[in-house]
Ligand binder design. Sequence first.
Ligand code: SAM
Length: 271
Amino acid sequence: MVCAYRARASQWPTPLFVDPWAETLAGADGHEIAKRLDQRFPPMEIWLALRVAYLDQLVGLAVDRLSIRQVVILGAGYDTRAARLPRAGVRFFEVDHPATQESKRERLGRLAGYPIEAATYVACNFEREDPIERLMASGFEASEPALVIWEGVVPYLTEAAVRATATRLATGLDPRSLVAFDFVGKKLAAGQNLSAADQQTREYVGELGEPIRYGTDDPLPLLYECGFRWVRSLDFNELALEMLGDYQRDRQFRFQHIALAAAKTPVAGWP
Ligand SMILES: C[S@@+](CC[C@H](N)C(=O)[O-])C[C@H]1O[C@@H](n2cnc3c(N)ncnc32)[C@H](O)[C@@H]1O
């Protein structure tokens, strides 16, 4: 489904990014699932495009302004950044559940021209294994800074799993590292006091097999308790204004945000 949205956004007259692999990875199934979500949550394509474009930009900023040379895609799914955003001297690590990773690699192997060696694949079940240990076993340097992109994962975890992983990232990575993740609001996660449209969106996502479990209106307290000492939250209306140049009240970006967190203030400051 995410690949279907990336494929559609790649066709915009002025695209925010182009993912040449997304169409084939999505397949007819991916497009069908996306169409059904469109009926419940029409701004999904724009929201997802903004999320992907912003996190793409972050890779460039981390490399150019923070001299980061390791990019970790946590819960990678069908992420294609390693192939789309290659930079000399920068290593991409894709950490994912072994089952997801196996089927992704099998699909990538059938994609003509996909540079499968662009990423180092790290199989890890977050419920049982320590992602930092698994990364280090694959050549990740814990004494060097990293950008961790934790995209489209946090809403589907329990609060305990979010806390455990965030604590490992805050304490186990070099303190110059930067973690970015998207999150949804408390009301959406709890399924309380929602409009009929938001309730339908929540139910449909649950039917797809990944129910929304965790939401917060302010991630700072949790991130502080996990060990982070620098936090920023971004609103999707702000991103739309910056990247698309407009604000539309009915876009319904009411419950999604992106958080940036670091164990100490990034040296270059942050926009
Ligand atoms: C909704 S997908 C997001 C994929 C991708 N980051 C994106 O934005 O399109 C959630 C990802 O979390 C991974 N995941 C869920 N539970 C996991 C676990 N216990 N251990 C490792 N990965 C897990 C899934 O394999 C999947 O790749």
